[in-house]
Ligand binder design. Structure first.
Ligand SMILES: Cc1cc2nc3c(=O)[nH]c(=O)nc-3n(C[C@H](O)[C@H](O)[C@H](O)COP(=O)(O)O)c2cc1C
Length: 307
């Protein structure tokens, strides 16, 4: 018998646990629908805020060993236009999660409302964005800020609210608990890790914005560790993301405690077919190991005495 790949978390039902990660295929609804047709169980939009952003100067995206660094600066056309893109994806019958950000809690809440109006199934809060009052600090690095943004958004929308964790913190469990305590329905872990690259001939940083977010295989073990630790700290479901390129990486993430997985960078270099490859591989693995449902592997590797 074919194993059951369907998952349910935070009241969201998906035909399989793979989700297109935020920011990967740009802002247009067509590419999000294409990812779904190619097998993704759901899609996350590019993060958007109230008025939109231009992004940083080039070079803003480079290849490094095992992955990529991007310093795009979250370019997006703003919440009014993104509301229409969300609506187009939703009308096509695709479960769409609206990713929002802001420079304060109110901006997060306004963008989240637009996502809700557009027909999103959930809101994902991208807290890996700059803190207005503290230069060089991400909102997601401060438990009290994560808590405030989550509370304000929860009060504004009826949809499930998912907080996307940044790995650039000393204690992930503290931030995960802050989000849960403020009413988050789920967590996504992780966003990119802060990195940089230097042009040795020019003796200067390569990226226009100096630092960039590391994504791809180089991030995978860091992401698995983060999911594993977050799982031990909270009761709410976790969506695992970071360096997943094949079914094994997806299964690993779920065994660490993820109820679903997001795929980002691998879609950029392997194309949207990666979703079907991952679900086919997962299905074969489950069958060979006599699991009847993918839900049986969630948190399977958790050993509480190691956390
Ligand atoms: C080009 C690019 C753009 C991204 N844009 C966003 C974004 O707008 N919002 C967000 O929350 N994450 C963004 N991310 C992070 C991804 O959603 C994901 O968390 C990260 O890349 C790790 O997963 P991966 O290794 O599968 O890519 C972006 C990543 C890349 C590579």
């Amino acid at each position: 018998m074919e194993p059951d790949l369907s998952v349910e978390f935070a009241g969201i039902k998906l035909p399989n646990p793979t989700i297109l990660a935020s920011g990967i295929l740009g802002v247009s609804s067509e590419v999000m629908v294409r990812a779904s047709r190619a097998g993704a169980g759901a899609v996350v939009t590019k993060s958007f805020n109230r008025k939109g952003r231009e992004g940083y100067r080039n070079p803003s995206f480079i290849e490094v060993p095992g992955g990529y660094l991007n310093a795009l600066g979250i370019p997006n056309p703003g919440m009014d236009e993104m509301r229409e893109e969300v609506a187009a994806v939703s009308k096509a019958g695709v479960p769409v999660i609206a990713s929002v950000f802001g420079f304060d809690a109110e901006e997060f809440a306004e963008a989240a409302s637009k996502g809700e109006e557009g027909g999103a199934v959930a809101i994902e809060l991208n807290v890996s964005c700059p803190h207005v009052r503290e230069v060089g600090v991400e909102i997601g690095q401060r438990a009290e800020m994560v808590s405030e943004v989550t509370r304000v958004v929860k009060a504004r929308v009826k949809l499930p609210v998912i907080v996307k964790l940044t790995p650039n913190v000393a204690n992930i469990q503290e931030i995960a608990k802050a989000a849960e305590g403020a009413g988050a329905d789920a967590l996504t872990a992780i966003n990119t890790a802060l990195g940089m690259a230097i042009d040795v001939d020019a003796a200067a940083p390569i990226l226009g914005g100096v630092y960039g977010g590391l994504s791809g295989p180089a991030l995978h073990s860091l992401a698995v560790r983060t999911v594993y630790q977050a799982k031990a700290a909270v009761r709410i479901p976790i969506i695992g993301v970071g360096g997943i390129t094949d079914w094994r990486g997806a299964v690993e993430m779920m065994m660490a405690g993820a109820s679903a997985v997001q795929v980002g960078t691998a879609v950029m270099y392997r194309g949207v077919d990666v979703f079907r490859e991952i679900t086919a591989g997962m299905s074969k693995f489950l069958q060979e190991n006599r699991y009847r449902s993918v839900r049986e592997i969630v948190g399977r590797a958790n050993k509480s005495d190691h956390i």
